[in-house]
Design a protein around this ligand. Sequence first.
Ligand code: F3S
Length: 755
Amino acid sequence: MFDLDLIQRVYKQMPERIAKARELKGGPLTLSEKILYSHLSQGMPTEAYSGGEDYVDFAPDRIACQDATAQMALLQFMQAGKPKVAVPTTVHCDHLIQAKEGYEKDLPRAKDTNNEVYDFLASVSNKYGIGFWKPGAGIIHQVVLENYAFPGGMMIGTDSHTVNAGGLGMVAIGVGGADAVDVMAGMPWELKFPKLIGVKLTGNLNGWTAAKDVILKVAGVLTVKGGTGCIIEYFGEGAKNLSCTGKGSICNMGAEVGATTSTFGYDESMERYLRATGRAEVADAANEIKEHLTGDKEVYENPEKYFDQVIEINLDTLEPHLNGPFTPDKATPISEMKEEAKKNDWPVEVEWGLIGSCTNSSYEDISGAVSIAQQALDNNIKPKAEFGINPGSEQVRYTMERDGLIEVFEEVGAKVFANACGPCIGQWARYSDPKNAPKNSIVHSFNRNFAKRADGNPNTHAFVGSPDMVAAIAIAGRLDFNPLTDTLTNEDGEEIKLAPPTRYELPVKGFEVEDPGYEAPAKDGSNVTVDVAEDSERLQLLTPFEPWDGENIEGAKLLIKAYGKCTTDHISMAGPWLRYRGHLDNISNNCLIGAVNAFNKETNKVKNQITGEYGEVPDVQREYKAKDIPTVVVGDHNYGEGSSREHAAMEPRHLGVRAVLVKSFARIHETNLKKQGMLAVTFDNEADYDLIQEDDTFNFIDLKDFAPGKQLAVEIVHADGSKDTIKVNHTYNLSQINWFREGSALNMIKKQNKA
Ligand code: F3S
């Protein structure tokens, strides 16, 4: 499945490009720089790029799409008029499978429910030369790590956790579907050259501490904003001591600190993983240029000189953590959990322990959790909480079954769900009425724990931990259980202390799988037809967005002033809405329904300035649209953090919102807004956010002069007729301004195709 020719091509050009980049920089290079400079789409520049400033065009080696985002991406690609994707691409069916009764029943039900979507994705993939991973084959990032990721490569994926492939030494970045479409269509992919954060790891993991705890600690240090615009590069002896899949877990959750991506230098753990997953040729090729697949020695010896920020973590003394609730950066070392839980009134009784997600569903992860479950069985301890497992891939599941690991889980009463995202993306039939469900705590090994994310219940306090800790806490049924110091009482009334987990980095008998769930595309797909039913509820062919009329935007009404955290989940909710990912008009009925209105602190209740009444956000916006009234969305810091879904940008655009004005943006969402022809601007003076009133009207008075690096002025007219004129900033370069002019980046591609 992997493309050895492609990898060899990349490796062939790396040494020369790296040498040139070193010359340009006048010094040694980090691994991130080596990969970035080796993937420039148009030769070497005359000066070294400046991190956090220069926009650079790249040529990624691969693209991966998951089924929820692939629908819109491929609907867009179909509009670009190309016969085949220009870059190796895969589609993975993992997001739409609901976890309910266990994989044997859940998988056939999902195939039935999502039949139309799977058929669409399979036929588009077949037609346009895209590799198709069927439902049940596994979670995108685990499948990519097992099959496609390679040291020194660059990939993009239509999912924020594409960054997981950094575990195999890639620069892998989550993008919106529109960016992926550019690359599928043979265009370069543009990124602001990232800044660099170095994380030096010393010592060795031991006892209960897992690779996951490294990133849980980093998240506590950097917070959800701290990695924005940066690549996090891990190095040091401690890094070499981590397994490849452990590195993947760390890189995976780099998305939770807003990092562009994270990566590790090529080492023996990666070589072992490549060989164990049937890619000895890739390991051999990597070994030949291995000095180019890691940062220069001098960089790691004097990191302060070469990274914009350096963090040091000693693995010898790192404690297991639980992060949460409601945000992945609230990091609590397990020794402090008793006190913290009490202080914050978190429910200490834990109802569920969930192991899986793209973050922690490798064989190693599962084997660690099994070793804890086995101790419960051996010592007659009855688990207090329920257990759910999502293996990362069919290869992992099949190997687990062969090695008796599934049996252990089943013996402790765990439900083994399908090899899919499941509860991690709200595909979990936990409650019939989640809105009115009680306050409770769950622990999981996932990455995200925003309110309602797993089960739709706003009162669920979700804590993120390593699979081993999740297993221990689920068995104890208590959030404040510290397996390092506490004991459990078994059914015979004896006090038992759990031993630290035993993890197998790789299966002793090797990986095995009968049917990995892969379908190769047709060599010539020109005769393959792609059907979209006119009356489909779930799929809708796209109509291009209107180009800009070249005039200032005047008389725009405030749709919502979002208060506090506004993630892409708040803008375009997941859960049951995933069903409409391929139907722009239908999914737009979830537009901003999770955002908190700053004026009444309620969700999905905004003032309609036409009627003076309060209504649901999509309804109010549809009324403005019907009357041809432009609107503005106002937001706080890191607006649009979270997943890469471009629906969060397409929906407001489709419904007629013209501009989004915030204190700061999450990177992917800002780019997505630009791609969809929206005006994405930030307050020059953050305090101006407080000037915005509920009945405000906005006039963008100098938009006609929209130019790179030039501030724009916005006149805000309040209900009493008073006015404030404020300055707003933007990061559009010339080609992005052209997207705005043409109505979207896709309109621009089409225009260029015709030319
Ligand atoms: Fe899926 Fe959750 Fe990862 S939705 S791709 S398992 S972050």
